[in-house]
Design a protein around this ligand. Structure first.
Ligand code: 1PW
Length: 211
């Protein structure tokens, strides 16, 4: 993975993450997040506490992917099945499996919804739109509901320090504004699809509130 972010690569990784049977490959899901971390890091240091948590979640999942049970961690579907069948998930309160694949991926999954809402706002924004406002609106509609007060405050502070819309478009590294908007239009349905497949799977298995 290169250090500089490219929206095109995010699109490609999320595209690769969907199998023909509409299962989600964890490997590419994580790769997509790694790209997004590069994106956050290019937005400045205020985002480092946010990206740190994402990086540690990616690391937990990578350990499963390379560990002895890796054959069960190919797709989100196979992971859910394997961890549930083998009682590897703390379902109601934190216990002996505080870092299960299921609960770890759920955190990224919730954050992906934020990203989707934010990028959709960015895509349809106008010149005088403020990134901080777009980011916090998307956050309040999604991830904030799962965060305690202290984190919500800290995230709010980070948003205030966000660069403006022009910088965002530049950082996406995908050409001029029109090209970025077009690429966002192409990426968002993919991100939304991956999100929805995961959401349905977690809902079906009663996993949406994992501690
Ligand atoms: C500009 C676009 C960037 C989009 C990336 C969105 C990532 C948002 C992650 C926010 C993380 C805030 C700090 C950490 C909070 C954790 O407590 C929380 N993690 C997440 C990813 O929400 C919950 O994880 P935990 O504490 O239950 O292990």
């Amino acid at each position: 993975m290169a250090d500089t972010f490219s929206l095109q690569r995010v699109l490609e990784t999320f595209r690769s993450s969907l199998s023909e049977k509409k299962e989600v490959y964890i490997k590419y899901y994580i790769a997509g997040w790694q790209e997004l971390v590069a994106f956050m890091n290019s937005l400045g240091n205020v985002f480092s506490f946010i990206s740190k948590d994402v990086v540690s979640k990616i690391q937990i999942l990578e350990n499963f992917l390379s560990g002895e049970n890796r054959s069960h961690y190919v797709t989100i579907q196979s992971m859910v099945k394997y961890e549930l069948e083998n009682d590897l998930v703390d379902l109601t309160k934190r216990g002996s499996h505080p870092e299960s694949g299921c609960r770890t991926l759920l955190r990224l999954h919730r954050a992906l919804r934020w990203l989707e809402l934010f990028l959709e706002r960015l895509r349809t924004s106008t010149e005088d739109s403020k990134t901080s406002v777009m980011c916090s609106e998307a956050y309040n509609e999604s991830l904030a509901q799962h965060h305690p007060w202290l984190i919500r405050k800290a995230v709010g502070v980070a948003f205030c320090a966000l660069p403006g819309r022009d910088t965002f478009f530049d950082v996406m590294n995908a050409g001029d504004h029109t090209q970025v908007v077009a690429l966002l239009g192409e990426s968002l349905p993919l991100i939304a699809e991956v999100y929805q497949i995961t959401e349905d799977l977690y809902a079906k298995n009663n996993l949406l509130e994992l501690p």
